[in-house]
Design a protein around this ligand. Structure first.
Ligand code: BG6
Length: 487
């Protein structure tokens, strides 16, 4: 594979943090070794600890060994990769501390720079300010912001305003790592490269849509962060709404920068607000109690390490969402996500309407509506369920549902991780898969209304045992509409 011509400096603030070591370095290792990142590009890790170059390389090597998928670490390739790595100590809040970074960057003053802020969002503003005061921001420089960008509209605006003082909107890359997943991008391919689905993709033919992101993990040592956020802010405001947008949006006129984001924004602005009078009908919030995850006994949310017994943060949320536009009139979207659930999977299920009239004998024949299931992870794939005749000579025609597997197995090819896609797109200065400020804000406006209603009404938390399907109230939520979850 030929090396990319893009030579850049990638500066990772929070370079020794969990995200940088677990996700960013493995992604850069693959990009470099697969020829997508020019070997002359530098990867400069920045954090406030004083660390020698040798210790930095040792740390990166051991973390790559730990976090790369089995068999993918290669000593010789690491040596090549290591030549691109360096470390600079910077305390983000200390002006003078940026001198070392300035000196390192001055070696190649004309290079494009990617500033990846993998720190607490409270440091985004000051980091950008210091980069500016040290004249380290060039017209081609970009800045990457990790979520969470705020915990509501007001706090997201503060962060975005701070960053906007130093970077143009077109240079700001806000990450939602779900958009980097191959299977998520495939939603665009499925919808817009197949004429088959387009005429069916509307309220005339679709009964409802379900989006589920079910996790078996608990908090993985992140109680401090998570308790301030909960499932609504951590998952629904961003990942699930982005999935909903890709399923619901109108065809963009091309795949470039703003056309996809313009269409997603229209969907976000068409979400029907869920106000206090509907909150009990249309939402469920839950929190896990102790239970069994796999074969292991695990504590409840309140007993997790670092937790406190009075928290009212939700670890599960289910919602009925309506989109007020022509295409989706009266087609509900049911969203649910939770931690410590029985199974780990993410999927989108599109349920079509029933046939208008059945010509088949009733006895033993129950016509099931067609379903298109887009499985995002694990075991990614696309399945279309249809009704089929049971072969044989039985009297009358007997039917059964069968699944057509529409996915093409490509097991021999390594699937690129979400962060590889996203980092490569930042390097290429391609913004389509990143969230624009107006998108983030539209999502917060809608989510804030629910969060406020939950707070003012002190909506009751529904407990569910770890390792279960979530609170039974979420089953009631969908059954009120005479529908059921696809499990
Ligand atoms: C992150 C959330 O954004 O996404 C985590 O903060 C969550 O709480 C994670 O576990 C899920 O990502 P994935 O790729 O494992 O589905």
């Amino acid at each position: 594979m030929s090396e990319t011509n893009n030579i850049c400096d990638i500066i990772i603030f929070g370079g020794h943090g969990d995200l940088a070591l677990r996700k960013l370095m493995p992604a850069l290792y693959h990009l470099s070794n697969d020829g997508h990142l020019n070997r002359q590009s530098r990867i400069i890790s920045v954090s406030r600890k004083a660390v020698t170059q040798e210790d930095h390389l040792e740390l990166i090597k051991s973390k790559l060994n730990e976090f790369l998928k089995e068999g993918l670490f290669d000593e010789a390739l690491f040596d090549l990769f290591a030549a691109q790595l360096s470390y600079v100590k910077v305390d983000a809040t200390d002006h003078d501390d940026y001198a070392g970074l300035a000196e390192t960057l001055a070696l190649f003053p004309d290079r494009e720079r990617v500033n990846y802020l993998s720190t607490s969002p409270s440091l985004y503003g000051v980091t950008c300010k210091e980069l500016d005061s040290w004249k380290l921001i060039e017209p081609t420089s970009r800045v990457v912001l990790e979520k969470p960008i705020g915990r509501d509209l007001a706090s997201s605006q503060v962060i975005n305003d701070e960053v906007a003082r130093y970077f143009e909107e077109s240079a700001i890359y806000r990450i939602d790592h779900y958009l980097g997943k191959d299977t998520v991008q495939n939603i665009l391919a499925l919808r817009f490269s197949n004429a088959l689905f387009m005429p069916l993709w509307n309220s005339r033919n679709i009964d409802h849509i379900q989006i589920t992101v079910s996790e078996t993990v608990g908090l993985e040592g992140r109680w401090g962060y998570y308790d301030d956020f909960g499932a609504m802010r951590d998952m629904i405001q961003n990942h699930l709404l982005q999935l909903l947008c890709l399923v619901a949006m109108e065809p963009p006129y091309n795949l470039n920068g703003d056309s996809v984001r313009d269409e997603k924004l229209k969907v976000l602005r068409s979400l029907r607000p869920i106000g206090p009078e509907e909150i009990a009908q249309k939402t469920v919030r839950g929190q896990y109690t102790k239970g069994i995850s796999g074969t292991e006994a695990v504590p409840g949310y309140l007993e997790e390490d670092g937790g406190n017994e009075t928290s009212s943060t939700e670890t599960f949320a289910a919602l009925r969402v309506d989109i007020d536009n022509w295409r989706w009139n009266r087609v509900p979207f049911y969203l649910r996500t939770g931690k410590r659930m029985r199974e780990r999977y993410s999927e989108i299920m599109i349920q079509f309407k029933e046939v208008p009239h059945s010509i088949f004998p009733k006895g033993g024949n129950c016509l099931e509506s067609n379903k298109l299931i887009i499985r995002l992870q694990p075991d990614e794939g696309i399945t279309l369920s249809i009704m089929n005749k049971i072969p044989g000579l039985s009297e009358g025609m007997r039917l059964r549902g069968v699944d057509l597997d529409l996915s093409i197995p490509e097991k021999s090819v390594r699937t690129a991780e979400a962060y590889e896609h996203l980092l490569l797109d930042v390097i290429r200065a391609s913004p389509t898969l990143f969230m624009r400020r107006d998108e983030v804000e539209a999502a917060w406006i809608w989510a804030d209304e629910i969060l406020n209603a939950w707070q003012t009404q002190q909506t009751k938390m529904k407990p569910y045992p770890a390792g279960s399907e979530g609170p039974t109230a979420s089953i009631a939520l969908i059954e009120r509409d005479n529908r059921s979850w696809h499990d």
